[in-house]
Design a protein around this ligand. Structure first.
Ligand SMILES: Cc1ncc(C[n+]2csc(CCOP(=O)(O)OP(=O)(O)O)c2C)c(N)n1
Ligand SMILES: [Mg+2]
Length: 546
């Protein structure tokens, strides 16, 4: 079999359904092999779009998403999606082309050392030097990409290798089970929990990845321990439940931190240090139990005293069994903090100010998304507002990136969520800055006939950096820009487009767009003056309940 055919057979064997790509001439053999395969080729308009979509496929399904690009400039455009998957722990396989390696008349045209370039941001980065190694390399790539902690893999397939004949066949995928944490360490965790006066449960991204959710809900309900989550842990538990305190959108100083400061034990399930810290540990401070697939990575603000390493769901179930009949004695303080956080979040949610203030557009977004709608956020100041104020109801319904926190991923990740969930409401939430970084993918969204609404929050600036600039005491300078007419811009792609022109028209505009189906862009003029007042001044002045 020709090597490129063997590659595609191996991908089919792994269950690959789509390849997201911007092909170059070095990928033409693979392209020809894909033509007659069961795999759908999804062209995007920038390699970042392909990479972010494939990484989000991995994030949502647990199976590696696959994307393809050419050598040199195509490959370098994969650097940001690779870093996104690497830090975010999303299984991703990137296939890039290369000039012939055995004999070439093209000098160094477009050639850079792609394999080396990707080494620091991949779990494995390798050139395929012989067609016969393809089956085992593909198998190993999927195994590694999907294994906890998931991440990115780069395979470089040179043109001459792609075209050569091979004499091997594909390798069967294997079944994997993770070990449960050792009984002795689970006993130690149980002892620490029983000894604690005010324990709290922290849920991070790892708890969101696998089917640990039910075990975690059972644990919280049977022990009565209150929980909070990181931004990427949103959705593990239904945030409407009585024992949920809030999301750590900031690292310190928020209302939630009154509760965290009071806790003498934090049981951290699935959080690792790639996310902005949900709180800072101090040497004389509280005890932390780290329960995760992998051991803790220690730094200045995270040095857990006990590590419970193994399958999250199964370890938590064993811990629940060990704690059977035990309940947390006094949760009154946390109950009052919860009420305070709830009241605080509700403030401003009915404001009819225009341009809209964050409290209002977050509250109204929650109303239109219904029980199982999915929001995918780009990066900007609104992410903090959504993390704090938007309650997640179900796993994987709030897709935000608090690891690489790159701009430009919001639209492609929402597109992937829409492709996988055609019957659900899916909303991309972007700033005017981040949207313009990959707005060309609107064409891809239309070509794929997605049902997708794109919210563009217009403040004519890099608002997040303006807020930081203000917080640092600098003069407001250098961060404003002009925008295209977003309505006409989206319409030129063939999308339907609207501009919200009053606070009251927000919900009806979004309802109408979701009901109609297809691709819609909705521009929302926003007023970010609340950032300083609510997220800085008010928090600085707050006093924790005694
Ligand atoms: C690719 C990339 N470049 C730069 C940054 C730094 N950055 C973080 S938020 C931000 C501004 C975002 O502006 P916009 O998308 O308009 O959102 P806003 O904060 O204004 O709502 C910038 C420049 C980043 N996170 N990612
Ligand atoms: Mg902006």
């Amino acid at each position: 079999m020709k090597a490129s055919d063997l590659l595609v057979r191996a991908l089919e064997k792994e269950g690959v359904k789509h390849i997201f790509a911007v092909p170059g001439e070095e990928n033409l053999d693979v392209l020809e092999s894909l033509r007659t395969s069961s795999i759908e080729l999804v062209l995007t308009r920038h390699e970042q779009g392909a990479g972010f979509m494939a990484a989000t496929y991995g994030r949502l399904t647990g199976r590696a998403g696959v994307c393809m690009a050419t050598l040199g400039p195509g490959a370098t455009n994969f650097a940001t999606p690779a870093a996104y998957a690497h830090l975010g722990a999303f299984p991703l396989i990137m296939i890039t082309g290369q000039k012939p390696i055995k004999k070439s008349k093209q000098g160094q045209f477009q050639i850079i050392d792609v394999v080396k370039l990707f080494e620091p941001i991949c779990k494995l980065s390798k050139q395929i030097v012989h067609g016969n190694t393809i089956p085992s390399l593909v198998r190993e790539s999927f195994r590694r990409a999907e294994e906890e902690r998931p991440g990115a893999i780069l395979l470089e397939l040179p043109e001459d290798i792609a075209a050569e004949e091979t004499d091997t066949c594909v390798v069967e995928p294997s079944v994997r089970h993770y070990a449960v944490a050792d009984d002795e360490v689970l006993d130690q965790a149980m002892t620490l929990i029983k000894k604690a006066k005010m324990p709290l449960l922290l849920l991070g991204a790892g708890a969101n990845r696998k089917t640990a959710c039910q075990a975690l809900v059972n644990f919280a309900e049977s022990t009565g321990i209150y929980c909070f989550n990181t931004q990427m842990g949103k959705g593990v538990v239904d945030e409407r439940c009585d024992y949920f305190l809030g999301t750590a959108a900031l690292s310190t100083g928020d209302y939630l931190h009154c509760a965290i400061e009071r806790a003498d034990l934090v049981i951290n399930i699935g959080h690792d240090v790639v996310e902005k810290p949900p709180f800072f540990m101090t040497p004389e401070g509280k005890t932390v139990i780290h329960l995760n697939y992998r051991a803790a990575q220690v730094d200045d603000v995270y040095f857990p005293q006990l590590e419970v390493v193994g399958d999250i769901g199964r370890s938590v179930t064993r811990l629940s069994q060990k704690l059977e009949g035990w309940r947390c004695a006094d949760m009154d303080y946390f109950k009052r903090i919860r009420q305070e956080i709830e009241a605080h979040v509700a403030e401003g949610s009915d404001s009819d100010a225009f341009p809209l203030i964050p409290q209002r557009f977050v509250a109204d977004t929650r109303k239109v998304m219904g029980e199982d709608g999915i929001i995918a956020l780009d990066n900007g100041i609104y992410k903090i507002w959504f993390a704090r104020n938007y309650k997640a109801y179900k796993p994987n319904t709030v897709l935000l990136d608090n690891a690489l926190a790159t701009m430009g991923a919001g639209l492609p990740s929402a597109m992937m969520a829409a492709q996988l969930n055609p019957e659900k409401r899916v909303l991309a939430i972007c700033g005017d800055g981040g949207f313009m970084m990959n707005s060309q993918e609107l064409e891809t969204a239309l070509r794929l006939n997605l049902n997708l609404v794109v919210m563009v929050l217009n403040d004519n600036s890099y608002g997040m950096i303006r807020w930081k600039q203000q917080g640092a005491g600098f003069t407001d300078w250098g961060l404003e820009f002009n925008n295209p007419d977003f309505v006409r811009y989206a319409e030129s792609y063939g999308a339907k487009a609207h501009r919200v022109d009053s606070a009251d028209s927000f919900t009806s505009t979004f309802e109408k767009a979701f009901n109609e189906g297809g691709v819609h862009l909705i521009e929302v003029p926003v007023d970010y003056s609340e950032n300083q007042r609510v997220l800085i001044d008010e928090l600085a002045a707050k006093v924790c309940l005694l």
